[in-house]
Write a protein that binds this ligand. Structure first.
Ligand code: PHE
Ligand code: CO
Length: 309
């Protein structure tokens, strides 16, 4: 998940986030989320919300919980996650405990020129986009508690690192995310953030890709989830699986507290890159004043790509 995909953040006045200071960001979050504070220690964050990971401070219990999360996912992912994800994850050697970001960051930099930066938790949109535009991926330092094994409200290190980082080893996907960051900075100026956030949600977080072997997962929100990995590829549920059309996706609402009602499917990462390359200004101009589509919409021309047997 990201700076703008959660309920707490979505209710924030996005226009104010562009200029607020660190303290104002937190105050705004607290005010708009009924006083609930963001999880994470922001006191040592720099102007870009970067902290040091302090790997030595993780407890043996936390490393053990990481291993359990990792093993649960690895039992589910073969034949469901895309090959790009599985191959990169295996090369990252992250099975034995919470990884040292610095080590993976060096591997990643050698592969695609991206680095990992440690952050205390959710960060303002502007900061998030600036990191992506500069090929830096923000990864939350804290791990969920054992009680949150199956479900977590804010993204933690397992979601951010396990779910997102492997895909950044793919050159085309890595370039796409950088352009997304630049597109975010542009959307802030054009009033298109709601639309652009939906694209992130339905691709980077919950995207599926069509392969000769069948549908596969590349979205981090699914890959790090215990239940949705199976659910999203099960035929005959009430969810739809339709080919990604950019304008349609930009205009589709999403659910943050249930499995997705719509999964958008791409045929290749190159298709995703090429489809998002055009200037989005006309989309924003058109969609801003209209009504977005409910999350469970199926338009007349749309074909279900995972039909019930
Ligand atoms: N092409 C988009 C624009 O002009 C930016 C973008 C790139 C958005 C990649 C998403 C992904 O606004
Ligand atoms: Co995420």
């Amino acid at each position: 998940m990201s700076a703008f995909c959660l309920k707490k953040i979505k209710t924030m006045d996005t226009n104010t986030v562009t200029t607020v200071s660190n303290a104002d960001f937190l105050a705004t979050v607290a005010e708009k989320s009924d006083g609930a504070a963001l999880r994470g220690d922001y006191s040592k964050a720099d102007a870009h919300y970067v902290v040091s990971q302090d790997w030595a401070a993780y407890t043996e219990e936390e490393h053990a919980l990481w291993r359990r999360l990792y093993q649960r996912q690895m039992a589910l992912l073969p034949g469901r996650a895309c090959d790009e994800f599985i191959e990169a994850l295996q090369a990252m050697n992250a099975a034995d405990g919470i990884p040292e970001f610095e080590k993976t960051s060096q591997q990643l930099f050698a592969a695609t020129g991206w680095t990992i930066v440690a952050v205390p938790g959710l960060i303002p949109e502007l900061t998030f986009f600036e990191h992506l535009a500069n090929r830096r991926f923000p990864v939350t330092v804290w791990l969920r508690t054992p009680e949150e094994f199956n479900y977590i409200v804010e993204p933690d290190v397992f979601h951010d690192f396990f779910g997102h980082v492997p895909m950044l080893f793919n050159p085309v996907f890595a370039d796409f995310i950088q352009l997304y960051g630049k597109g975010g900075l542009k959307a802030m100026k054009l009033g298109g953030l709601d639309q652009l956030a939906r694209l992130y949600w339905y691709t980077v977080e919950f995207g599926l890709i069509n392969t000769p072997q069948g549908l596969r997962i590349y979205g981090a929100g699914i890959l790090s989830s215990g239940g949705e990995v199976e659910y999203c590829l099960t035929p005959g549920t009430s969810s739809r699986h339709i080919h990604l059309e950019i304008e349609r996706c930009l205009n589709t609402l999403y659910k943050i507290d249930s499995y997705q009602e719509t999964y958008f499917v791409i045929d290749s990462f190159q298709e995703l890159f090429d489809g998002t390359a055009p200037d989005f200004t006309p989309y924003y101009d058109k969609l801003r004043s209209g009504n977005p589509l409910p999350a469970n919409t199926l338009l007349p021309h749309e074909v279900e790509l995972l039909p019930a047997q």
